[in-house]
Design a protein around this ligand. Structure first.
Ligand code: 5GP
Length: 367
């Protein structure tokens, strides 16, 4: 047994130091980056925010909104090949599906479905996703996918250490997805005790991946736009979001309306009053390995598996466009504070403070 005792940090443990800069306004910064990759010969121009391939956020509806803002979507695994192909055909009328990843597990059936979709030539970005990226199946699967489609863009994960990032890249991945346990509806750390604080994960993994010509996607743990900024500053090339994009009109998940009794009353006359009720809408959001997801998408929970995710109901947030604009606005503003003209420059412009407290919630959290 060994204890590694260097300090491991989360996004909430740090804040960015502002710097004197020549940038006079937010309009002078460029949040579109031109990406070129280790294996995939294509270049892409976009802002590296990716909607997570969860059932609730990796939807066609979200993808349409994401790409309007030059952002990516990893479509979830539960669409059938026919559904995916129909969407990709329709979507390719407006663009070339460059901002869309199709997701795959590592089973034979996953490969067959992926082949059916890839054969159409409609999409070339693949997200290979397993909970434990240290499994030998992942490496083998990446090799097979790289061999079969040498020009595809492959993102694979999840891992949290530099050595494994290097392995995945050297075996064919362009982008490694990093993060075990930081997710908003993830209970892996609680159930298994395994995980690593996400900010430190991103710093180490980005450094390792960049060293061998690869990239990282920081997956999970962002709760506010500032966390997305911190993630890019820590070296992430892409940031994947689940919870921040859930609960919108375009997200999947059951919508419900609930009534609440407030502390306020309506005066009817001097002596009588009525309790004031308030109605609020909620949308269901759940972890992909929660018992709920296992029941909904895999026909029940297998006995040997434990639930590593939870189900929550989050206040309905309306159209996703407002949230996306807030994230991009936060990013531009962060870049002017730290003097980064280009997205790619953020890490070299960043100095972090370690902090004990980052937000003042005296009046409660903003709704
Ligand atoms: P969020 O942005 O909500 O904090 O994190 C999203 C990420 O959480 C997803 O991209 C995925 O990697 C992870 N995730 C989603 N569902 C589950 C789950 O049921 N269990 C675990 N361990 N992670 C999950």
């Amino acid at each position: 047994m060994r204890i590694q005792d260097d300090i491991q940090l989360d996004y909430c443990d740090v804040l960015l130091r502002p710097k004197r800069s020549a940038l006079a306004s937010r309009s002078q910064v460029d949040i579109i980056r031109e990406y070129s990759f280790r294996w995939c010969p294509r270049t892409l121009k976009a802002t590296g925010v990716i909607a997570a391939n969860m059932f609730t956020t990796g939807t066609f509806e979200i993808a349409r909104e994401m790409q309007k803002q030059q952002l990516f979507t990893a479509l979830h695994k539960h669409y059938t090949a026919d559904e995916l192909i129909a969407f990709l055909k329709e979507n390719a009328k407006n663009n070339n599906n460059d901002l869309i990843f199709v997701s795959s597990g590592v089973s034979e059936a996953d490969f067959e479905k992926l082949s059916t979709v890839m054969k159409t030539g409609l999409v070339q970005n693949i997200c290979i996703d397993v909970a434990n990226g240290y499994s030998p199946y992942l490496l083998d699967y990446i090799k097979k996918v790289r061999q079969t489609w040498p020009e595809s863009l492959i993102m694979a994960g999840n891992v949290v250490t530099g050595d494994m990032c290097e392995d995945l890249i050297l075996n064919g991945a362009d982008i490694v997805k990093v993060g075990i346990g930081p997710g908003s509806v993830c209970t892996t750390r609680k159930l298994t005790g395994v995980g690593r604080p996400q900010f430190s994960t991103v710093i180490e993994c980005a450094d390792a991946a960049h060293g061998v010509g690869g990239m990282v996607c920081a997956d999970g743990g962002c709760t506010v736009p500032g966390d997305v900024c911190k993630s890019f500053c820590a070296g992430a090339d892409f940031v994947m979001l689940g919870g921040m994009l859930a609960g919108h009109q375009e997200s999947a998940g059951e919508l419900s309306t609930k009534s609440f009794q407030t502390n306020e009353v309506d005066m009817i006359d001097d002596k009588t009053c009525a309790i004031k009720l308030e109605q609020r809408q909620f949308k269901k959001f759940y972890g992909m390995s929660s018992e709920y997801a296992q029941e909904a998408h895999y026909g029940g929970m297998k006995k040997y598996r434990a639930s590593e995710g939870k189900v929550v109901e989050i206040p309905f947030r309306g159209p996703i466009e407002n949230t996306l604009l807030a994230i991009l606005g936060g990013l531009r503003s962060c870049m002017t504070y730290i003097g980064a003209r280009r997205l790619k420059d953020m890490p070299k412009c960043a100095t972090f403070y370690r902090v004990n407290r980052q937000l003042n919630n005296i009046f409660g959290e903003e709704k």
